[in-house]
Design a protein around this ligand. Structure first.
Ligand code: AMP
Ligand code: MG
Length: 415
């Protein structure tokens, strides 16, 4: 029997120092070229410039008549019709006009387009109700995108509008950063598959599935390493199997002070433990290590606590920004906002606490409501949360209406 330790050999590091240490090890992985039109969620590894002007020729911005502004309000003879993509050829001289549809190239000689609503056409002659200036309702060359313009910058996480931009400028292949492969291992003799028949005292493995989902949400490829019993050899083999396949390994449980908490010594044996305790709540035993790999940057290993809330909050605060950095995201951090408390909050006396909260826009400001009891095992405290409230570790009571910083982890709630 191993004796129980009374004191951790790992110094407690402040949150920002822990984040700095991780960041120093989280350089982007290699780039790869992929099909740009299906690259949603990927992060650009190159600046994308427009090769051509858009539009490439002047075009009608409305349905109406192409004409010469200098003819004023005089009636014009209608020469024919120009449609978008129709390729009709005609030139507009003085006293003439052409019916033109939105998106059709402006014909030679015309310098403006009048909306159909401001005209009347009879017997091949169009009357205009209003004089125009040259350029009216003309979509000019390069008005939307100038040639050579920076369309998307390296580090952009591609969303639907970006895919549209890539398609618009004809970029069908694009360089992006490789997605990190993240392996997740649960530990614990009491931990079982959620679908298994379990006996008294056993618990279902919620952490591994929640962390796999969180890794996928963060843009990674996630692989499950199953559940390792609390046995050093079993855990060593599971960790090695994960390191052979993944850029990042996340473990759940086994990092506290119990005699069956085996993860930290294993990581110290296999690699370098950069910190083994963080001054924050929930998730003090959060551990970060790197392990050398042949022919690649060292693998990152996060030993997260077993308590379900601690493991997910630690993921949010320490792991997610690193996963975004590994894929080159120029904005790897969640947005911060100043929020007003809907109800009083008692701050812990010793370390900052990341409290789960629901933030909404109310009465002209952002208001944070607690998700209820903040115990580390109460996964329900994460339900519906779209923010982590940064409560300082100063032992104060913050009254309703007081303002604190929050990390926005999801979209604002609209009541
Ligand atoms: P540990 O960090 O291993 O001491 O675990 C702390 C607490 O978290 C214990 O109550 C465990 O039963 C619980 N726990 C550990 N692993 C998991 C898991 N994969 N899913 C849900 N709860 C867990
Ligand atoms: Mg355990």
């Amino acid at each position: 029997m191993q004796p129980m330790r009374r004191e951790s050999p790992y110094p407690m590091v402040p949150v920002d120092e822990a984040q700095r240490i991780i960041t120093a090890h989280a350089a982007p992985l290699a780039g790869e070229e992929i099909d740009a039109l299906w690259a949603e969620g990927r992060v650009l590894a190159e600046d994308v410039l427009a090769a051509e002007a858009l539009p490439d020729v002047p075009k009608a911005a409305v349905d109406g008549y192409a004409l010469r502004a200098a003819d004023g309000q005089a009636a014009r003879r209608v020469l024919g019709e120009l449609t978008a993509g129709g390729g009709e050829q005609l030139a507009v001289g003085p006293g003439q006009a052409a019916r033109i549809m939105t998106g059709a190239p402006l014909p030679p000689g015309a310098d403006a387009v009048i909306m159909v609503e401001q005209t009347e056409e009879r017997d091949g002659v169009v009357q205009v109700r209003q004089a125009l200036r040259a350029g009216d309702s003309v979509h000019t060359v390069g008005q939307d995108i100038a040639p050579g313009a920076l369309v998307l910058a390296a580090g952009t996480a591609l969303g639907p509008a970006d895919i549209g931009l890539l398609a618009t400028i004809g970029r069908v292949r694009v360089r992006v950063w490789r997605r990190p492969v993240v392996a997740v291992l649960a530990t614990g003799d009491e931990v079982y598959e959620p679908g298994a028949q379990i006996g008294a005292g056993a618990i279902r493995d919620s952490n591994r599935y929640a962390l796999l989902a969180a890794a996928r949400e963060a843009g990674c490829e996630a692989i499950s390493l199953g559940i390792a019993r609390d046995d050093a050899e079993v855990q060593r083999q599971a960790i090695l199997a994960g390191l052979a396949r993944a850029d990042v390994l996340i473990t759940s449980g086994g990092v506290s002070m119990g005699t069956r908490d085996l993860v930290k010594p294993l990581l110290a044996e296999l690699g370098t433990v950069h910190f083994g305790r963080v001054a924050f709540k929930p998730g003090k035993p959060t551990t970060f290590a790197t392990v050398e790999r042949a022919g690649a940057a060292p693998a990152l290993v996060f030993g997260l606590p077993g308590f379900p809330v601690s493991s997910l909050v630690s993921f949010e605060v320490f792991v997610r920004p690193a996963l975004r950095r590994l894929q080159g995201d120029a904005r790897p951090e969640r947005a911060r906002a100043r929020v007003a408390l809907a109800e009083p909050i008692a701050a812990p006396p010793d370390r900052p606490e990341y409290q789960r909260a629901i933030v909404s826009w109310e009465g002209g400001r952002l208001v944070a409501r607690s998700t209820g009891a903040q115990g580390s095992s109460r996964l329900l405290s994460l339900r519906g949360a779209n923010a982590l409230l940064l409560v300082p570790g100063d032992g104060q009571v913050y009254p309703a209406g007081a303002e604190l910083d929050a990390l926005l982890t999801g979209p604002l709630v609209q009541y």
